[in-house]
Design a protein around this ligand. Structure first.
Ligand code: HEM
Length: 360
């Protein structure tokens, strides 16, 4: 069954609001920002073909067909000869695999791909400049074995055949492109992407404890995200990613999805946080909330922190009321997250790529 069909089937099975998953794609897209690629970057290692190809893809809505594998494998492994078109081809390959490989969780690997990109980036420490998405150090122990990263081998393994088909792309760029693709293919906002990450060895692994602990409250959430350089507004927008995916007993110990449509990117996480009554789940697992009405949804203590804190809650209310605002803020914040710790060439800040979703 195609991923979207499975999503809809699941949402209709479980939703107390059956109209939820039937919202047309265009409705979700309204909030998505469309960015334009800009002119070529001087001094960049990457040969950016911004203006010509960017205009064709963004403006014309064209989707590139797959080019024979041999052509792409001729590209250098550091991506130095890769163009915008090359990255769109890799994007399309990830999207195709997401569509075809739908026997996973709620019918899509997209949520776990997003989680991989976030955990690769969320180790950043602005004081020391360590961590972040440059390096893809989660390929190695000890980082792959950190409790917070449990289960992310599913996402890394999912992307491995793509790396084999397009060996010129670094793992670090591939994991982030996977996150961008996941958000967009789940009908989320367009997320600008800049390539240029290089893979590092295990000496660059970050210490355990840099990612948030779901059992803790607002002080902890602030401490973790301030360390990365985010403000309250950005923090709330980012946690809105819990609209998609689920918790797994075998990974974090928590269990269940946050929303009724866990493979469609929406502002439902915020709506449900505010509209539903939440109670502690009675079980022998870690302390988590369940919705009183259906007992089929969950919230982590760390999620609840953003309505327990007055300053955070202001943003929860704004995002629950305005999907466009959420999409636009999420796009900006997640793009910033994905770039933490990456030594991009000077002058490339305003030269980001935007990819066309495969079924836009
Ligand atoms: C306070 C901050 C956060 C905490 C405590 C937290 C915690 C968690 C936990 C415990 C899980 C369940 C893992 C599992 O059992 O499989 C999870 C899943 C997930 N998280 Fe977060 N998270 C936070 C922020 C974020 C952010 C900033 C993003 C993305 C921008 C994100 C994206 C996701 C996604 C997509 C999943 C679902 C993965 C799947 O379905 O396999 N989270 N998170």
């Amino acid at each position: 069954m195609a991923a979207t069909t499975r999503t809809f089937a699941r949402a209709l099975r479980t939703s107390t609001r059956p109209a939820l998953a039937a919202v047309p794609r265009a409705a979700f897209r309204q909030g998505g920002q469309r960015f334009n690629s800009s002119g070529p970057s001087s001094g960049s290692k990457i040969n950016w073909l911004w203006a010509s190809v960017g205009a064709a893809v963004v403006g014309g809505g064209a989707v590139y067909q797959f080019t024979p594998k041999e052509t792409w494998t001729k590209l250098k492994k550091d991506g130095s000869t890769a163009t915008f078109k090359d990255y769109q081809v890799v994007y399309n390959a990830i999207a195709k695999r997401l569509e075809e490989d739908d026997e996973y969780d709620d019918g899509s690997y997209a949520p776990v791909l997003l989680r991989l990109a976030w955990h690769a980036s969320g180790t950043y420490d602005k004081e020391t400049g360590t961590g972040g998405s440059n390096g893809a150090t989660m390929r190695f122990n000890p980082e792959s074995g950190h409790g917070a990263n449990a289960g992310l081998n599913a996402a890394r393994d999912f992307l491995e055949p793509i790396k084999e088909a397009y060996p010129w792309i670094s793992y670090s760029d591939l994991w982030i492109l996977g996150g961008v693709c996941a958000i967009q293919e789940m009908q989320g906002p367009i997320v600008p992407f800049r390539p240029g990450r290089s893979d590092r060895d295990m000496s660059a692994c970050t210490p355990d404890g840099r990612l948030p602990d779901a059992s803790q409250g607002q002080d902890h959430v602030r401490k973790i995200f301030y360390r990365m350089g985010f403000n309250d507004r950005e923090i709330v927008a980012l946690i809105g990613a819990h609209a998609v995916g689920r918790c797994h007993k075998t990974r974090s110990g928590y269990d269940g999805p946050w929303t009724f449509s866990p493979t469609v990117f929406t502002n439902d996480f915020f709506k449900l946080l505010l509209d539903e009554k939440w109670q502690w789940k009675k079980w022998d697992g870690p302390k988590q909330y369940e919705d009183k009405k259906t007992k089929s949804l969950m919230m982590l203590p760390g999620d609840m922190a953003i309505i327990e804190d007055k300053k955070f809650k202001e943003w929860v209310e704004k995002y629950a009321a305005d999907n466009d605002l959420f999409f636009s803020d999420f796009s900006a914040a997640v793009s910033k997250l994905f770039e933490l710790g990456v030594p991009f060439p000077q002058g490339s800040e305003d030269k980001k790529m935007t990819f066309t979703p495969t079924n836009a």
